[in-house]
Design a protein around this ligand. Sequence first.
Ligand code: TRP
Length: 448
Amino acid sequence: MMTNRQTDASQRSNPSISPLRYLTGITTTGAPHLGNFVGSIRPSVAASRLADVQSFYFLADYHALIKCDEPARIQRSTLEIAASWLAAGLEPERVTFYRQSDIPEITELTWLLTCVTGKGVLNRAHAYKAAVDKNQAAGNDPDVDISAGLFMYPVLMGADILMFKAHQVPVGRDQIQHIEMARDMAQRFNHLYGEHFVLPEAVTEESVALLPGLDGRKMSKSYDNTIPLFTPREQLRKLIAGILTDSRAPGEAKEVEGSALFQIYQAFASAPEAAALRRAYADGISWGDAKQLLFERIERDVAPMRERYHAMINDPAKIEALLQAGAEKARAVATPFMRELRQAVGLRNLGALSAAAPKSKAAKTAAPAFKQYREKDGKFYFKLLDTNARVLLQSQGFESPKDAALTISILQNEGSAALAALQGKVEAAQGISADELDTALQFFATSP
Ligand code: TRP
């Protein structure tokens, strides 16, 4: 089941995007658990197999530094998470699979984004706010033990996403806010410097977005309530036996609502399997039997992966080589894009200013341009940018890309004479004079 705004890659919201770019990362601070598997690893491996999807998967080790100051643990976790992804079926030749810190452009982009992000926006980020609230509840100074890294976390994440122009980012529900922030950064940057970034969208699977842990709260390393994905078989059985249930006796009907055991089962089961357990609950299955069913169901999926996982963990050099190859692929995108962004914000070569210099590259490509894009509301928009990527004209939302394109072609053919008839559909941006618009639109009328 999907929420309406967050869509699944197989039902992409805009079929004209091809290939669709899909991106996700996992922070390397521990061994992956079942929550990581159903919320991130499994859906992203499935998406990587779809035709026409280009995927980017990475080990978020810069993020790990925010919460972990144990170097050996970060290194170990990087190995374990990489091996988990591969064991779950990720094919590194099909996707771009890399380690965040192998792409130094990501930290560079983080700075550019930092400069277009409001401090007030970051104040409202859940993780930071929770830390402040905790301090306040304890009667401490609000900033005790809070690093600037934690505060900047959403910006680093924005750089991860925007660097590769991801359209969709599969995440747990708790991460949706970060994707919204990345969208805002992209929008703000595009507004200031021209259309460089794609606006990303969060993808959550409603049924599994927040897998409960052993105690019924969200499964999370920070609650110490996780079931490690590749824990040995007998350990898995033991952990499942420890899932919190109520005290209803065998024979008594049980509630699926609020049952962590049921929710975890559902994240692995087919619809008929889940329906069968629901009936068994109503019929008074004992908690012991229900736990046995859950154990068997998880083990069925995990056992074959566990074997592949251990083979890989024992060959770290091979994983390192795969990551190096992935970094090369990723940097083939990141390096030229970063060059473009530096140019856009004005971190430029001064030689290009020389009057005697031949036409610079920027001038050669600079011409007024119509940019089409799609917004959160699902509608299709365009704007007209001048040679400095300043917005001259802004459209309203159109129901289809065809309607938007038609309006653009009217403007291109008829120039500013068409503006009166298009009232309500397009509007001059604030502070833009009729003359400026006229000049820009004439470019299209006179260009072949
Ligand atoms: N913050 C994510 C988490 O803790 C990991 C992450 C870092 C990420 N960068 C990302 C996820 C970019 C998606 C996209 O789970």
